[in-house]
Design a protein around this ligand. Structure first.
Ligand code: PEP
Ligand code: MG
Length: 579
């Protein structure tokens, strides 16, 4: 039996077989080929095997998610069949005497560079495809198992070093009922997506864990306390079942809040909404009593694709969500690529400091052609429900005005084509950069609402990379300075007569919701799984009590003082539930 403690980032309990994704990094050896014909024979066999795998993936995906989502596999099959690519690999083996793995890797780099240098965006994005198929051929040459998650056919828990957000975007297509990873943090996007999908997840298990687990081992995943048990003994299994039963009972008790509106004990109305990454997640928000969508992270629609989704495809996805919400507010955020969210189809170069670099609205303003496609899709959606749009990573008024100008141009194009949209579509901004918080009074005059992205606001104000485990101890949501910034935003929203939401993870931490309300926040948006507990927690405190808690915490002299205060608040407020 293996027992490991990490960080529980998505509550709940799963018992299933392990599906281990081993680090598929393969050392590229530079030994010369001693037998050229044998290397070419190995190459041909690896190509045949790769084609077989892609065809299988295509069939599986068509069965699970429908024909329209399988174009990536057709693109890969076409490229792997291309003689120019294959002939280049063969010539590197024959003429330069490279071994087969080395030759595929060299051809991959040559073709990737050629694609990356092309002006045309579609062609540039083919670089990601060439890397993908080359890596598959290399894996087959090296005898490394294809770890594609879409091949999983029975309920499984994923065990891996790390999962990229694009991996989690694919999880909904396979019967994956949890994951346990060595890396990660509470606000990494893999963790956030797990909570949106309501599957238990444990992160930060530390290096070495993956090597201790084998495919098919029995895994008990406790996403509430952050515990993973592999091949449990009877006692561990009994303890797990008891905890699961308690959790299930708590969920049943909380179900009484599904139809209730979010409010403090004395009736101060606070909207409790859900965060989603794909339309698939929207049903979970509704079934958990969400009063709207406070954040739709649209970049997840762009991640597992070989080309950028066209205007119509985006429109269909956005419309599906606003129609599901049937008049309830839906806030869709324009693309927030960058940081830990890569969109391979964009072919963006790697950066030294991705969270401080070419990200989100910066990319959109730099590429208005591309931004306008999303703007048109969103405007068209506005004719079908209660849509609001917001821009991420705003640091200045100029950015707000430029982004709004692009929306105005898109509106004009739609008018000229007689296409319906809401002329008064509310436009808001995310406050997640400290200068925007300090400048909120001015920004508030130009927008219809604020939504505070605490994940980034904390990262930027504490200068702590949100996905770097080594410094996670310095990431302090309860730092009096962070709370002071949030208060400034709350006050600026009130003075400008606009709503002030929070859509970062802090909003869904039930105790912290009370502090945020006391700081002037009017809307809280969170993963579906946290909605009911937050409604319940707020219903136990009056608005005045929330104000007092917030005042005390802003005035505190350290995060540690606030952390103790917070523990006491949880204990006092929830004592009846723990009894
Ligand atoms: C945030 O920064 O708090 C936020 C909600 O956006 P994201 O986590 O997608 O960066
Ligand atoms: Mg953010």
């Amino acid at each position: 039996m293996i027992f490991k403690k990490g960080l529980g980032v998505s509550a709940g309990y799963s018992k299933a077989k392990a599906f281990v994704l081993r680090d598929s990094h393969i050392e590229i050896g530079h030994d010369l080929a001693s037998d050229v014909d044998s290397e070419i024979g190995k190459l041909d066999a690896a190509i045949v095997e790769s084609v077989r795998q892609i065809e299988r993936l295509k069939e599986e995906s068509a069965r699970r998610i429908g024909e329209k989502n399988i174009e990536i596999f057709d693109a890969h099959l076409m490229m792997i069949d291309d003689d120019t690519f294959k002939d280049r690999i063969r010539s590197l083996i024959r003429d330069d005497r490279m071994n087969a793995i080395w030759a595929v890797d060299s051809a991959k780099n040559e073709f990737r560079e050629t694609f990356e240098a092309i002006e045309d965006e579609y062609m540039r994005a083919r670089a990601a495809d060439i890397c993908d198929i080359s890596d598959r051929i290399i894996r087959n040459l090296a005898g490394v198992k294809d770890a594609d998650m879409s091949l999983i056919s029975e309920p499984s828990v994923i065990i891996a070093h790390d999962l990229a957000p694009s991996d989690t975007a694919r999880i909904g297509n396979a019967p994956i009922i949890g994951f346990a990873i060595e890396a990660g943090s509470r606000t990494s996007h893999s963790a956030i997506m797990a909570a949106a999908m309501q599957i238990p997840a444990v992160v930060a298990l530390g290096d070495g864990f993956v090597s201790e687990v084998s495919d098919g081992d029995t895994v008990l995943l406790d996403g509430s306390d952050g515990i993973v048990t592999v091949n449990p003994d009877d006692a561990a299994l009994r303890e797990f079942c008891a905890k699961k039963e308690k959790h299930d009972n708590e969920q049943k008790r909380l179900a009484s809040f599904i139809g209730k509106s979010g409010a403090t004990k004395d009736g101060k109305r606070i909207m409790i909404e859900g965060n989603i990454g794909t339309p698939r997640n929207a049903d979970k928000v509704l079934s958990n009593g969400g009063e709207g969508i406070g954040l739709f992270r649209t970049e997840f629609l762009f991640m597992d694709k070989s080309s950028l989704p066209a205007e119509d495809e985006q429109f269909e996805a956005y419309k599906e969500v606003v129609e599901k919400f049937n008049g309830k507010p839906v806030i869709i955020r324009t693309l927030d690529i960058g940081g830990d969210k890569n969109v391979p189809a964009m072919g963006l170069p790697k950066e030294e400091n991705p969270f401080l670099g070419y990200r989100a609205i910066r990319i959109c303003l730099d590429r208005p052609d591309f931004f306008k496609v999303q703007a048109r899709a969103l405007l068209r959606t506005s004719a079908f429900g209660n849509l609001k749009v917001m821009f991420p990573m705003i640091s200045s008024l100029e950015e707000v005005l430029s982004a709004k100008r692009i929306f105005e141009e898109a509106k004009q194009e739609l008018r000229e084509n007689g296409i319906k949209f809401n002329e008064k579509l509310p436009i808001g901004i995310m406050i997640e950069i400290p200068v925007a918080a300090v400048n909120a009074m001015t920004l508030g005059r130009h927008v219809d609402f604020f939504s505070i992205g605490t994940n980034d606001l904390i990262q930027y104000s504490c200068a702590v990379d949100r996905v770097n485990e080594k410094v996670s101890g310095l990431y302090k949501p309860l730092h009096p300075g962070v709370l002071g910034l949030i208060r400034m935003v709350g006050e600026a929203a009130k003075a400008n007569g606009i709503e002030c939401g929070v859509c970062g993870e802090m909003g869904g931490s039930r105790g912290m919701s009370a502090i945020l309300v006391g700081l002037g926040v009017t809307n809280l948006s969170m993963s579906a799984s946290k909605i009911l507990a937050t409604k319940e927690f707020l219903s136990k405190l009056t608005f005045e009590e929330c104000r007092k808690i917030a005042d005390d915490m802003v005035m505190a002299s350290s995060s540690e003082e606030n952390e103790k205060y917070f523990e006491e608040l949880l204990r006092k407020t929830l004592q009846f539930d723990f009894a």
